[in-house]
Ligand binder design. Sequence first.
Ligand SMILES: NC(=O)c1ccc[n+]([C@@H]2O[C@H](COP(=O)([O-])OP(=O)(O)OC[C@H]3O[C@@H](n4cnc5c(N)ncnc54)[C@H](OP(=O)(O)O)[C@@H]3O)[C@@H](O)[C@H]2O)c1
Length: 507
Amino acid sequence: MGPLYDGAVYPLSLLVDWFGPVAAVRTADALDVWPDREERKPSRPAHVEATVEFASGPIVRLTASLYAPHRSREFNSLELHGDDGSLYLADSGALAADRDTVSVGGSGRQYVSAPHPRPRRERRYLSGPERLAEALERGDASTTGGRRAAHVVAVCNAIERAAAEGSRVGVDDALTDGIRRADSDSPSTRPPRRGPATRSDGGGRAVDSPAVRDAAIRLPPVGFGCSRYRDGEYVDRIDSVATALDAGYRLLDSAELYGNESRIGDLLAAPGSPDRGGLFVIGKVWNTNHEHVLEACRGSLAELGIDAFDSYLLHWPEAWAYQGPLSDLASKPPAEQERLTFPTDENGDPATVDADLETTWQRLEALYERGLTRTLGVCNVSLSQLRRIADVARIPPAVVQVESHPYLPRTELVEWCHERGIRVIAHSPLSASGLLEEPAICDVADEHGVSPAEIALAFHVDRGVVPIPASNDPDHVVANLAAARVRLSDADRRRLGALEDPEFTRE
Ligand SMILES: NC(=O)c1ccc[n+]([C@@H]2O[C@H](COP(=O)([O-])OP(=O)(O)OC[C@H]3O[C@@H](n4cnc5c(N)ncnc54)[C@H](OP(=O)(O)O)[C@@H]3O)[C@@H](O)[C@H]2O)c1
C-alpha cells in the first residue's frame, strides 16, 4: 500500500462527506523517495502530492507521505481555509480525538480550540468494521459509507493516473451519483437537536414526560455570559465573546444593562461569525424600563443588528424609575452609566416605582406578539413570583434565569420549571466565594481529570440546567464549554448535592 490508501483516505473521506464528490484531480506528482538504508520499501511511491477539485467548488491540496513517518505530528492533519475563517483538525483519522484537536480561526483572529459540546462517544479501534459486520449479519442495508468509500478509492486511483500521465484526470465514477454533500448546516452551528428532557443528552433528570420535553425549547448545554461587570468594575468582554463564538458557544446572554450590545452586534455582523439561525441570543430589559419594554427591546435589537431575540427576559422583577433609553452604555463615562441604570431616591435607596409584575409580563407578551422575540422569560424570581406570572400568562415563560451553583441549587424552582417545560439558566455559576476551592468539587475534578470550574458547570448540565459562565481567559472560555462532556456519577451527584447551603448569600 502507498500513502494514498494508508493515510489520504481519512481526510478524503471527511472532505467527500462535507463537500460531496470530487470532480477532477487537477495536478498530481508521485515521488519514489525512500532511504536506501531501509530494508523494506513501499511498493508504491512513498510521497504523493495532488490538487483535487470538488464538484461543489472547494480545491484541496493533498500531501500523502510515508516518507514523513506515521508518528509525525502532522500525519492526518487537515486545514480548511474559507473567506470567513479557517479550521484546523489535528488528526482526521483519530478514533478517540482529544478535545483540543479541532481549532477554529475566525477571519483575522487567532486559532481557538473548539471542544465538542456534546458528550464524547468512545470508539474502540476497529469498532466501525465490527458494527458493519453486525449489520451485515442482521441483513441491514448499509446506511452510510459504502458508496463514499468507493468514491474515495476512485479519487486515489485518479491521483495515481494523474501523476503517471502528468495531466488533469476527471473522477468520472459511476458511484459518484450516490454521494450527497453533507448538510450545509454544519453540526457545530446547528442548534442541539434534543431538548432538555432525556438523560442521554446530559439534560434534565428532572423531566421525562414526552409532552413536557416537546414543549421545552432547545438550548446549547452551556452558554456565554456577556456582562461587563467584574468585581464591581466594568471590563471589556468583546475579545472573549469573539473567542467564545470561535470556540463553539452558540448561546449568548446579553442585556441592555451590560451596555455592549452594539459591540456584540459588530461582532455578529463580522465575517466568520456563526449564522444567526445557529445562535441563541438572549436579551434583557433593565429595571428602569418596565414601563418602556417596547422602546428597550427595539433599542437592543437595533444595537445587536438582529430582527428578534430568541428569548427576551425581565432582568429583575423590581421596577425602578425610568431614566430614558439605555443605548450604548459602554461608550458613556462610568458615573453616567451608574446614574442611568441605578437611580436612587433622596435617601440613596433604589428609586422604585409601582409597576406590578403581572402588568410588566403583559407588556412583554406584546413584544412576542409583534415578533420581536421568539420566547419570553424572567430572571431573579422566587417561585411565588414565577407562579404569579404563570397564573396570568397567555404566553408562558420559556426561560427562567437565576443565580445557581452547588451552594444554591434552587432544586424546587428547577423541578417546578422542568415539570412545565421551562428551561432554567444558571447565571453566576462560578463566582460564588470559595466555590472553585471547595474540597468536594476539587476532589471530583481530580477524579475526572478536569478543573473545578468544569465540575461546577457539569453540575448544571447534568440536571438539564444551562450555565452561562463568563471568562476573559481564552483557556477558561474553551474549558468551560468542554464541561458539557463531563459525565457525573451518582456518587459525584451526592457529593455535589451535599454542598447546598440554605444560608448562602452573595457577598
Ligand atoms: N440575570 C442576571 O441578573 C445576571 C446576574 C449576574 C450574571 N448574569 C449572567 O451570568 C454571566 C456569568 O456570571 P458572572 O459574570 O457573575 O461570572 P461567573 O461565570 O460566575 O464567574 C466568572 C469568574 O470565574 C472565573 N472563571 C471563569 N472560568 C473559569 C475557569 N475555567 N477556571 C477558573 N476560573 C474561571 C472568571 O475569571 P477569568 O476571566 O480569569 O476566567 C471570573 O472571575 C454574566 O456574564 C451574565 O451574562 C446574569
